[in-house]
Ligand binder design. Structure first.
Ligand code: ADP
Ligand code: ZN
Ligand code: ZN
Length: 731
């Protein structure tokens, strides 16, 4: 007897067995490929399941098994390597397989709909149409003409239209059963690459090293300062793959996929490029997915979830800005797209390139220990120089809109030279706190342990953690005083000051409030690249992806806000962010300047930032991590709970800890449970248990124990738990 072992979209960490659909021959069942979609009953619903294997026995008695309802695909839509990757990810992240497999398919296919072959809509003659006597349509000359055209070959709608055949005519023929609709494969263009730039010495060396390592799996870390020509190397490597008839998958950070980047690919290649990012409609996403799967797209560019796109002929995987936090999914299936990309390269047997100006300590560690090949580009590709960071001590200096007199003078000076200024302030809104001057009341979110941010443009108080908003009050709700004060600095407030101080100059605020819609950034970049003097003021949206050649002054308005992060990755992130911001500036004829406003010019992190390169800082940070046994020298996982009741989560985690502690493998330890730093968020109390281990294997074993124990405990009202392997944040 054949049993179908399926993955079902459900939060359960297990597979489900089904009997074959009634009336399907066993030979057909045996021939089913893993990955095939089936429609099955599940509880009271019907869902789409994914075949793992056809087996001969089940742990469940045959009489208790339900039969699948329908086989949805003739052959699997997913290559076997991608299935192996999902099974690996299910184990590694200890996540329910149904949710992992759902990441593979676009919505249309998850809903059980049929695939739509990529191609053009067209018509063909039916058997009945072929056998029709010549004069049968003498009273309908248009139809007769259409039928005549279709005698020899199926034709696309566009061609028929050009010959004067309307869709009404074709539908009339269809009603008579004389023609049928058919999807015709598009005439595929042969991909072509235009010649690349002559490489610099450093680029050539990197290129040669990567080529020499061969077409099989090897992971390369391409560490190159901003503007050193990493993208040019990607483009030339992609050209190699195109010549071999292979596809390249390029991953970019969420806000790194700029129209500029895409335009560079389109200029270099005459090829179908599939683009996958979060603001596509379901239909667009499906079309791009299908182009990648069928192989009609030679290049697939996408953000995090694109790492799971099926590929017909994978030949190369590139992860640009590999250090970027957006590669880690922060809820649900908490995977790292970078790490999945590396595993995928290994399974497919193709090279993986990790590129960054500021590589993560994890990747540097792997490069230093010889696991990855390390290629470095230390010079900008053109003749421009990397700008120097200078600390600007603002102690006892009056600040206006957050800016010191020295900085204001520097801005003035830059504008006078007809150059551009970029000011970085990583806090949107007007001010982070609203306080009553009379009684001390502070506006706090009713659902979170957090203060509300003032958004003056919209006259709102908003919570940046749960997204709730309310009208900006005119009076204190506690004492009715009208003396409400904004405290702290956000981009709106700095903008107000700049408009007043530099009136007559173009000032552009760039944050997620002001940049609504995809075209907003496109228009802005076009405007900036016209090179007129202007002031750009923005959050980390400005720090990534773009290169602004006419910017000659960059200033970090509030470096102190980045200095005191509780998280162990805080300093690494700060070094990456500020190096990236600084890298936006300068071109050949205008050297860039970068000023860092701080009250702590003697802070070790400030000294490190302004006196050493990112590589040097990273080396020091890596030493510190090693001595503390923190990643990449050690391994972490966090089990978190989220519950409307303040006590339940902690009790739950304490029980898990009690059960697991005696069985913990050598070198593993549990810390906590402790309330999360922001204990209450969106009305739920959050708590966490931290797992540390000296080896990956012990971390994995211990994580399995934690998950098994949590699953076995009785479910509690409203309590949700999750496990995060290799977490980004632990505090
Ligand atoms: P990165 O990706 O490292 O930031 P890019 O590849 O975007 O660097 O290159 C930065 C700038 O230098 C681009 O304008 C690019 O056209 C130019 N460039 C890159 N490589 C070369 C080269 N070999 N010769 C001349 N210009 C180059
Ligand atoms: Zn008050
Ligand atoms: Zn809130």
């Amino acid at each position: 007897m054949s049993i179908l072992r399926l993955v079902i979209p459900s939060p359960l960490r297990r597979h489900f067995d089904y009997l074959p659909p009634v009336g399907v021959a066993d030979a057909a069942i045996q021939a089913l490929e893993p990955g095939t979609r089936l429609r099955v009953p599940f509880g009271r619903r019907e869902v789409t399941g994914y075949l793992l294997e056809v087996c001969s026995t089940s742990d469940v008695a045959a009489s208790a098994l339900k039969a699948a309802l329908e086989i949805l695909d003739e052959t699997s839509l997913i290559e076997p390597q991608l299935l192996s990757l999902c099974q690996w990810a299910t184990r590694y992240y200890h996540h329910p397989p149904g949710e992992v497999f759902s990441a593979l398919f676009p919505k249309r296919l998850r809903e059980g709909k049929a695939t739509r072959a990529a191609g053009e809509a067209g018509w063909q003659i039916s058997i009945r149409g072929k056998g029709l006597p010549g004069d049968a349509l003498s009273r309908a000359p248009r139809q007769a003409e259409a039928l005549q055209l279709l005698q020899d070959a199926a034709l696309p709608v566009t061609v028929l239209k050009a010959r004067g055949i309307s869709s009404a005519t074709l539908r009339a023929l269809e009603d008579r059963g004389l023609v049928e609709r058919r999807t015709l494969s598009k005439h595929l263009q042969t991909p072509k690459s235009f010649p690349g730039l002559p490489l610099t010495e450093e680029q050539a060396a990197a290129m040669q090293g990567i080529r020499a390592a061969g077409d099989g799996f090897f992971c390369h870390l391409l560490e190159g300062v901003t503007g050193s020509g990493k993208t040019e190397i990607y483009l030339q490597l992609i050209a190699d793959r195109l010549a071999q008839g292979k596809q390249t998958l390029v991953l970019v950070p969420e806000i790194g996929l700029t129209p500029q980047t895409l335009a560079r690919f389109q200029e270099r290649f005459e090829a179908d490029i599939a683009v996958l990012h979060s603001s596509l409609s379901d239909a667009q996403r499906y079309t791009a997915w299908e182009a990648a799967r069928s192989g009609s797209a030679s290049i697939v560019i996408g953000t995090r979830s694109a790492v799971f796109t099926p590929l017909a002929r994978p030949g190369l995987i590139i992860v640009d800005e590999e250090h970027d936090g957006s590669y880690k999914q922060q809820d649900g299936f908490r995977y790292s797209a970078r790490d999945i990309a590396i595993k995928r390269g290994q399974i497919h047997g193709c090279p993986v390139i990790l590129g960054s100006a500021t590589p993560s300590l994890e990747s540097l560690h792997n490069a230093l220990t010889g696991r990855y090949q390390h290629h470095r580009l230390t010079q900008r590709a053109g003749s421009s120089k990397m700008p120097q960071l200078t600390p600007l001590d603002v102690r006892r200096q009056p600040l206006q809109g957050g800016l010191s007199g020295t900085l204001i003078d520097a801005i003035e000076d830059t504008l006078q030279k007809s150059q551009q200024v970029l000011l970085f302030l990583n806090r949107r809104g007007y001010a982070p706190t609203l306080q009553c001057h009379d009684c001390g009341w502070v506006a706090e979110c009713p659902a979170c342990d957090a203060r509300l941010t003032i958004h003056r443009r919209r006259r709102q108080l908003r919570c940046h953690h749960c997204g709730s908003s309310s009208a900006l009050p005119a009076r204190c709700p506690q004492c009715n005083s009208s003396q409400l004060e904004a405290q702290g600095l956000g981009t709106e407030q700095a903008e107000d000051f700049l408009r007043q101080r530099f009136s007559g100059h173009s000032i552009r605020r760039v944050d997620s409030d002001s940049m609504q819609g995809r075209d907003a950034m496109l228009e802005l970049v076009a405007e900036i690249n016209r090179g007129e003097p202007c002031i750009l003021l923005g959050t980390q949206m400005l720090a990534k992806g773009h290169h602004f050649p006419a910017v000659s002054l960059v200033a970090i308005i509030d470096a102190d806000a980045l200095l005191f992060s509780a998280d162990f990755r805080g300093e690494e992130r700060m070094a990456q962010l500020l190096t990236q911001v600084a890298g936006r500036a300068g071109r050949a004829d205008i050297p860039g300047r970068v000023l860092l406003q701080t009250h702590y010019p003697d802070h070790p992190a400030v000294i490190a930032l302004t006196s050493s390169s990112y590589s040097e800082q990273a080396a020091a940070l890596l030493d510190a991590r090693r001595s503390l046994g923190l990643p990449p020298a050690g391994f972490l996982a966090v089990m978190r709970t989220d519950c409307p009741d303040a006590q339940l989560g902690e009790q739950f985690l304490r029980q898990v800890k009690q059960q697991v502690a005696p069985q913990l493998p050598q070198g593993a330890a549990l810390i906590g449970p402790l309330p999360s730093p922001m204990q209450r968020r969106a009305g739920k109390y959050r708590c966490q248990l931290l797992l540390t281990a000296d080896r990956r294997r012990s971390a994995q074993q211990a994580a399995s124990l934690l998950v098994a124990s949590a699953e076995a405990l009785p479910a509690r009202q409203g309590l949700k738990w999750s496990i995060d392997i290799d977490p980004q944040d632990v505090f």
